[in-house]
Every structure is written in C-alpha cells, then in structure tokens.
Write a protein that binds this ligand. Sequence first.
Ligand code: SME
Length: 181
Amino acid sequence: MSSKAAKKKPRAPRVSKKLAKQPEKSVKGKAYATLVAELRSLLKGEYDFIANTANFSALVYNSLPDVNWAGFYFLKDEELVLGPFQGKPACVRIPFGSGVCGFAAKQCETVIVPNVHEFPGHIACDVASNSEIVIPLFDGERVLGVFDVDSPTLKRFDDQDAEGLNELVTVLVAHEEGLDQ
Ligand code: SME
C-alpha cells in the first residue's frame, strides 16, 4: 500500500435521511434505559434468584414515580404464589386465570388496567391501588410467573411502561438463565 493511500481518511458512513431522523427517546424511555443499566449492574456476578428478584422489586418500586406496590408472583401447581415484593403485605396465592395477575399469566401477555375497579375479578390487596400493570415472565413459551406494579393514580401506566418493564423483566430472566454471559 502506498503511503498516500495509507493516510487516506476513512469515509464517514452514509446514513439514510430516514434512519438519521429516528425520533429521540422520550423522557420515560430514557428513564427506563437508565433503569435497565442499573439493573444490569445490580445483577452482575450474582445468580441467587431470591436476591435478584428482591433487588429487582426494590429498584422498580423506588425508581418509578407514583407506585404503591411492585413485586413477583411465581407459578406453582396452577397457582401464582407471592414472591419478593415492595409495598404492603399482599395476597399470597392467586389461582391461575384469576385477577389481573392470573389473567396476564393465562393470556401470556402484558395487561394494563387503567382502572382496577372496572376490571372483572380484580383482587384488591391494597385499597389504595387504582391502576395496575402486569408483565408475564417466560422461559421460552412457558410462563414462570408475573411481575405486578400498582399505582394509586388512575391510568398511571401506558405502552411505554409496558415496553420498559418488559425489557427489565427480559434482562432479569436472561440473566437467571445465563444467557447474558
Ligand atoms: N391486583 C392483583 C393482585 C395482586 S396485588 O395487586 C399485589 C390482581 O388482581 O391479580
């Protein structure tokens, strides 16, 4: 290679206008990105399931504004059984399919409830709760349980919360399965 060619500056990558104009992350999106980074650092090198799910609950509960409960229910013999959480003491066992948690687990999908008083079969653990979001946890196709977050404010949760919380839960499950190594 000639010295002239060696000194040639690399050409800047071409970015199509369409790609370059991708919308910036919203304030909420950025907050969830920060939470994902914090979660990764909390999980780093630790594989105790109870410790990690307890810290996960504490991280979400103390970081999201306007939340009065955040925690796990794990599927055991057709029942969701209370796991690590933050907030007031909660009902310990929820039959698969019952309440918002059981519904989300059965449907295998995230459920956002703008007003829990209008959700048929809602299970009230804390009378202060007015809205709720429930994210199922999967091992492949199999439902392991759910992560539940409650708020005293009506319509507290939206699609960005669903996206952010799903990302957090996905990072947790991938870590527990050793897929992030
Ligand atoms: N509201 C949930 C029960 C769990 S508590 O909110 C902590 C439900 O309807 O499944």
